[in-house]
Design a protein around this ligand. Structure first.
Ligand SMILES: [Cu+2]
Length: 144
């Protein structure tokens, strides 16, 4: 009797946590609501592990993909095609930097925090266009 109870409880917990996973939309825009050109909006989101981001091609000519080596170890990387509305589920806790490849130099980037994670020391190190770095810094600063 007792082992059965344990199994049933485990199942209930799993169902509850998957039901709570949420999907958030990120708009890919030629012009943000504050007037700045080429943005992901919002440029920072905080997720729980298992949550999903949907990248909405509100304007044309954008994509969403990982910035190399700026994701938690073991999380893998992703790459959407231009105009493709991809959904990405984030399972690994930590910080992720995401770019629109055609507008990377113009600073079309965003930051995702999954769980409660410290920003890695090398998150903004290495080669990064000035405007991309500025926007990632602003995204980090807006984190609670
Ligand atoms: Cu773009």
């Amino acid at each position: 009797m007792f082992p059965k109870l344990v199994v049933a409880t485990g199942l209930a917990v799993m169902m509850a946590s998957s039901a709570m996973a949420e999907t958030f939309e990120i708009q890919m825009l030629n012009k943000g609501s504050d007037g700045s050109p080429m943005v992901f909006e919002p440029a920072y989101v905080k997720l729980m592990p298992g949550d999903t981001l949907k990248f909405v091609a509100a304007d044309r000519g954008h994509n969403a993909e990982s910035i190399k080596d700026r994701s938690p170890e073991g999380s893998g990387e992703f790459k959407g095609k231009i105009n493709e509305e991809i959904e990405v589920t984030f399972e690994v806790e930590g910080w992720y930097a995401i770019q629109c490849k055609p507008h990377f130099a113009m600073g079309m980037v965003m930051a995702v925090e999954v769980g409660d994670a410290d920003v890695p020391e090398d998150f903004l190190e290495g080669r990064l266009p000035r405007r991309a770095k500025d926007r990632l810094e602003a995204a980090i600063a807006s984190a609670q």
